[in-house]
Ligand binder design. Sequence first.
Ligand code: GLU
Length: 411
Amino acid sequence: MRPFEAVQMYFHRAADELELADNVRTLLIRARREVQVQIPVEMDSGELHSFIGYRVQHNRARGPMKGGLRYHPEVDLDEVRSLASLMTWKTAVVDVPYGGAKGGVAVAVHKLSQRELERITRKFVDEIHDIIGPDTDIPAPDMGTDHRVMAWIMNQYNKYHGFNPGVVTGKPVEYYGIPGREEATGRGVGILTLKLLGRLGRKPAGTRVAIQGFGNVGTHTAKYLHEADCKIVAVSDAKCGYYRADGLDIPKALRHTLEHDRSICGYQDADQITNAELLALDVDVLIPAAIGGVITAENAPRVKAPIIVEGANAPVHPDADDILDKAGIIVLPDILANAGGVTVSYFEWAQNRQFYNWSLNRVRQELEKTLTNAFEVVWEMSKERDVSLRTAAFMLGIDRVARAATLGGIS
Ligand code: GLU
């Protein structure tokens, strides 16, 4: 099953509960615009290389379209389309005034020099600058992109359209960014994990957590939950994984990644485990925070954690979701669990438009407030309608978007 088909399955489950008419479903499922561009770039070797870039603008009923840019070799139109649609539901669930979009370039970032990365980014902006903008579509970081890439995007866009810092979020703090954006997704995953534990009558102290993915999301989630007294017993990245029954020394693991090119490989004082073993660990909370599609119908029966919090986008395949649901495993879905990133993107965009700087404290407080409100509504809806948290989150998102689309009128 391709990623967009998977999102459609989740969409229809919620749309059935909402008794949404077929014509409204069609309107909400399809992307508004899909753009594919060629990005010819001269590599450092002098050779010409041509990359493919995408921007899918899914829905703008609730505001300018919003969503990250992914640089990864497996990026394709179907994946970007699915992620753009998830952004529409995500921004609606946390009630930030945006629609949804997503973009990407099929490229292996680790094989590029910094100059090549910059050239690809600027060329990509040359191709899409007419369809993005602070009032239309606002990119942000995602897998493979970071604050440097966002700075180049703003800089290149401004060459065409004049000074417009709100065209992109996730910029460096020193270059029109906001404090707390980098930690926001992981911190949000941490905040919501604690909310969920609280609702389930569990205490954070001693809660055993396994985190797959030790990049931007995984590291900040680990830090937040470690500080909240949880025991992070396992972490992994694409190449290496480590387990320690008594809990890993998270500050030490974070230092290790900083000293080893952001990799956890070579970490001492823990047993090595594979990513497959990590997903099947006997822990209280499993947090897949790496790539999509890691929990499948094949490995779902081996999951022992009673709680899964989706740090990544679409880590659980719909067939696996059914298996987990039947096994009584509670899944906090991506469109709520990892919405901290886009929430603080909204604060950054608001700051850029007001020319009024926000403090880190204010960002953290407002983040917690926004996520808590969304969590409470989703939790209540799931109880009231007797549906999973995923279906409840999709219902909330779809209902808000459908109302805006209808109120605005079609013609
Ligand atoms: N790429 C992130 C996501 O999937 C953040 C998007 C944004 O900040 O616009 O939610």
